[in-house]
Design a protein around this ligand. Structure first.
Ligand code: DQA
Length: 144
């Protein structure tokens, strides 16, 4: 199975950005761990990081027919982007939303996700492991 992994805005700064909130592991390390998990499950990942809403919408729009599932951390767009929500809904590809931090334990503006209702599920609050749990949950969902 081919999985599309999407990292939203500012996640290229992981490891140096607010380490007390997001930890000290960088994005390359997370991507390597995801590649290893995918390989263990006879699957592969393509990774896309973007700081631009329209680019994320375009990437999701092109994913139909290409990917079995999407793992996405929409970052700040989680809380604002009707366009990304509509793209996920239109793609009709099972999608899992992940967050490093527990968005429900943070500022009120982070406590609502526009994307989660069109996803299979959401994992939030386990640091870099949110991605690992999310990928495993997505692969499990796809093979069920
Ligand atoms: C985040 C949570 C968002 O509120 C924030 O804007 C991020 C990262 C997380 O992974 O915890 O950039 O998605």
């Amino acid at each position: 199975m081919k999985i599309l992994v999407i990292h939203g805005p500012n996640l290229q700064l992981l490891g140096v950005r607010n380490p007390e909130v997001y930890g000290s592991v960088d994005l390359d390390t997370i991507n390597q761990q995801l590649r290893a998990i995918a390989a263990e499950n006879q699957s592969s990942i393509d990774v896309h990081q973007s700081n631009h809403e329209g680019e994320i919408v375009d990437t999701i729009g092109r994913s139909r027919g290409e990917y079995s599932g999407i793992l996405i951390n929409p970052a700040a767009y989680t809380h604002t982007s009707v366009a990304i929500r509509d793209a996920v809904e239109a793609a009709q590809i099972p999608t899992v939303e992940v967050h490093l931090s527990n968005i429900y334990a943070r500022e009120s503006f982070r406590q609502h996700s526009l994307i989660a209702p069109v996803c299979v599920g959401q994992i939030s609050g386990f640091g870099p492991q949110s991605y690992e749990y999310g990928l495993k949950a997505l692969l499990g969902h796809l093979s069920a």
